[in-house]
Write a protein that binds this ligand. Structure first.
Ligand code: CTP
Length: 218
């Protein structure tokens, strides 16, 4: 199958030398890309800036901002049977970008932020994607309820929920523990393990979804 994966953080520029970003390392997305490739799939990886080397035999598209990730997904998603959105896309960006470096003049500086494009939320409604859609939900509270809400609102076939309030898993870590949320109240907790092992299991679960008819969420 053709599998599209987004990974890593995005950077939202404030001025020519500064940006807003987050702690995502990209490890989960890269592990998924490698597991999918090893299972024989053709992988396109759209990645924000990370300290990981480009995996062999995977088409890698590097982007920086949420807007660039949106445009890259828009141009690639029609080729994909499966789309996995593991990127930690910034939800907001500076409303204006200074063309020159911002100088420190006053004691306080207020930043105005505007929403970025919701890439996962655009998959069904804007891009018309009809394949298997997998999202991540990184939450610090009400993990399963928030993940289930995302599953329905964004038309996903699977939301992989992780509790980012726990130290040692998830963001910027080599291990993760997640709960898989499928339509119809079905949930499956997967224990803490390396992102490499977890990625293999996730790809197997996603392959199984691809063999069944899609459940609808309307
Ligand atoms: N995501 C995305 N585009 C964004 C923000 C998030 O594609 N601008 C994707 C992520 O890759 C992930 C999922 O959406 O798969 C979850 O992100 P999150 O920010 O938790 O979801 P939201 O619904 O945007 O968040 P909120 O809980 O704030 O409603």
């Amino acid at each position: 199958m053709n599998i599209l994966i987004t990974a890593g953080p995005t950077r939202e520029a404030l001025d020519p030398v500064r940006y807003l970003t987050n702690r995502s390392s990209g490890k989960m997305g890269y592990a998924l890309a490698e597991a999918a490739r090893d299972a024989g799939h053709k992988v396109t990886l759209i990645s924000g800036p990370v300290n990981l080397s480009a995996p062999d035999d995977i088409e890698l598209i590097r982007i920086e901002s949420a807007k660039e990730m949106f445009l890259a997904v828009e141009s690639q998603i029609s080729k994909a049977a499966v789309a996995i959105f593991s990127a930690a896309v910034a939800d907001y960006r500076p409303a204006t970008q200074a063309t020159q470096k911002i100088k420190k003049s006053s004691n306080r500086l207020t930043l105005e932020l505007e929403k970025t494009e919701d890439i996962l939320g655009s998959a069904r409604q804007v891009f018309g994607f009809s394949g298997i859609l997998v999202g991540f939900a990184a939450e610090t509270e009400n993990l399963i309820a928030n993940a289930r809400d995302k599953l329905t609102r964004k038309g996903c076939d699977l939301v992989i929920a992780n509790d980012v309030s726990q130290i040692g898993i998830g963001f910027d870590s080599s291990e993760n523990a997640v709960t898989l949320c499928f339509p119809g109240e079905k949930s499956m907790p997967l224990p803490k393990q390396s992102k490499t092992l977890l990625a293999r299991e996730l790809i197997q679960q996603i392959e199984q979804l691809a063999t069944k008819p899609r459940e609808t969420h309307t």
